[in-house]
Design a protein around this ligand. Structure first.
Ligand SMILES: C[S@@+](CC[C@H](N)C(=O)[O-])C[C@H]1O[C@@H](n2cnc3c(N)ncnc32)[C@H](O)[C@@H]1O
Length: 286
C-alpha cells in the first residue's frame, strides 16, 4: 500500500517537500543503512533545519545539493540525523547476565595474564561501555586498579563524530549519571563544577573509534562479548542479516551477543547461537 506524503503541519521556515524527504532518505540509507520512511518527514525536517540555517540556505533542495558536494557537511548531516538515545545501565538485565555468566571466566583469564576483548558496537555517547566497565570493576576501587593493570579492553564504536567526542570526554549531567547504581556511582563518578565525570581508570579501558557498521571493519581477532543494541532497529532486513552474520564471525566460540529489546536474530544467523536469555545469545562452538 502506498502512503501519501504529507507536508509537516506547522509553518516551516524552509521549503521541504516529499521529494526533498526522499532525497534525504536515500542519502542516509546509502551512508548509514538507516531507514527514513515517509512517516519520519517531520523528524528529518526538525533535525536538519538547524543545519540548513547554519549554512545560510533557505531551501532543503539547496542543502541536498550541498551535501552531495561537501564531505564535511555530509558528516554533519549524518550526525544530525542519527538517534543517539542511550542511558547508563540501559536494559540492565544484560549487565546482570554478563556479570553472572561471562565475567567469572574472563576475570580468571585476566588474572592468568590473558586478554579480554569486548565490543560496544554503536556505543552512542559512551554510557554502554562505561556501564559495563563499572559492572566489572565493582564498587571496590582496588579491584578497578587491579583490572586496569590487566589486558582488558573495550572497543566502543559509532558512526557519529559528535557523539564519539562526547563519549570520549566522559562528562555527563547529574541527571544522566543518576542511572548508575549508587554504590558504583560513588566509586566511579567524580563530581565536577559542570556535572559529573567518569573516573579515568574506567575511561582508560575504552578505545572509542569511528566505525560505520555497514563498511569494512579493521579489527583483527575475536571478541569475548559484543553489545550491539538498539541500532539494528533502524536497518532493513537484509542489512540486519548481513550485520548479524558479521558479528557472529568476529565473536569467539562461546562468546555472548547482546542485542536491543525490540531486535531479533535473522533466521539464517540464529542457528549459530543458543538463546541464553532475553535478547542474549551465546555463539555455539564450531
Ligand atoms: C539509539 S543509539 C544506541 C546506543 C546504545 N547501543 C544503547 O543501546 O543505548 C544508536 C546509535 O547507532 C549509531 N549508528 C546508526 N547507524 C550506524 C551505522 N551504520 N554504523 C555505526 N553506528 C551507527 C548512531 O549514531 C547512534 O549513536
Amino acid at each position: 500500500m502506498s502512503v501519501a506524503l504529507k507536508a509537516p503541519a506547522r509553518a516551516q521556515e524552509f521549503h521541504f517537500d516529499a521529494s526533498d524527504h526522499e532525497a534525504i532518505g536515500a542519502f542516509v540509507y546509502a551512508e548509514a543503512g538507516i531507514l527514513m520512511p515517509a512517516g519520519k518527514m517531520q523528524l528529518v525536517y526538525g533535525r536538519l533545519a538547524p543545519r540548513v540555517r547554519a549554512c545560510g540556505l533557505t531551501r532543503f533542495a539547496d542543502y541536498i545539493a550541498l551535501i552531495e558536494r561537501d564531505p564535511a557537511e555530509r558528516t554533519r548531516a549524518i550526525d544530525a540525523l542519527t538517534t543517539n538515545h542511550t542511558s547508563f545501565f540501559r536494559e540492565s538485565h544484560h549487565f546482570d547476565h554478563f556479570l553472572e555468566n561471562a565475567w567469572p571466566a574472563l576475570d580468571q583469564r585476566l588474572a592468568a595474564r590473558g586478554k579480554v576483548r569486548i565490543w560496544s558496537a554503536a556505543c552512542s555517547s559512551g554510557e554502554e561501555p562505561y556501564s559495563l566497565l563499572m559492572a566489572m570493576f565493582g564498587k571496590d576501587r582496588g579491584n578497578g586498579q587491579r583490572l586496569s593493570r590487566t589486558d582488558l579492553r573495550i572497543l566502543a564504536t559509532d558512526l557519529s563524530t559528535d557523539i564519539l567526542a562526547a563519549a570520549k570526554a566522559g562528562r555527563y549531567s547529574p541527571e544522566t549519571v543518576s542511572g548508575i547504581p549508587q554504590s558504583l556511582r560513588a566509586t566511579w563518578v567524580q563530581r565536577t563544577a559542570e556535572g559529573a565525570e567518569v573516573h579515568p581508570l574506567v575511561r582508560d579501558r575504552v578505545a572509542f573509534r569511528k566505525l560505520n557498521l555497514l563498511e569494512d571493519w579493521p579489527m583483527r581477532g575475536t571478541f569475548d562479548a559484543i553489545f550491539c543494541r538498539n541500532v539494528m532497529i533502524y536497518f532493513d532486513d537484509p542489512t540486519k542479516e548481513r550485520l548479524q552474520a558479521r558479528l557472529a564471525d568476529c565473536l569467539a566460540p562461546g562468546g555472548f551477543l547482546y542485542i536491543g529489546h525490540s531486535e531479533r536474530l535473522s533466521a539464517s544467523v540464529a542457528p549459530r547461537f543458543t538463546c541464553v536469555g532475553r535478547t542474549t545469545f551465546q555463539k555455539v562452538s564450531a
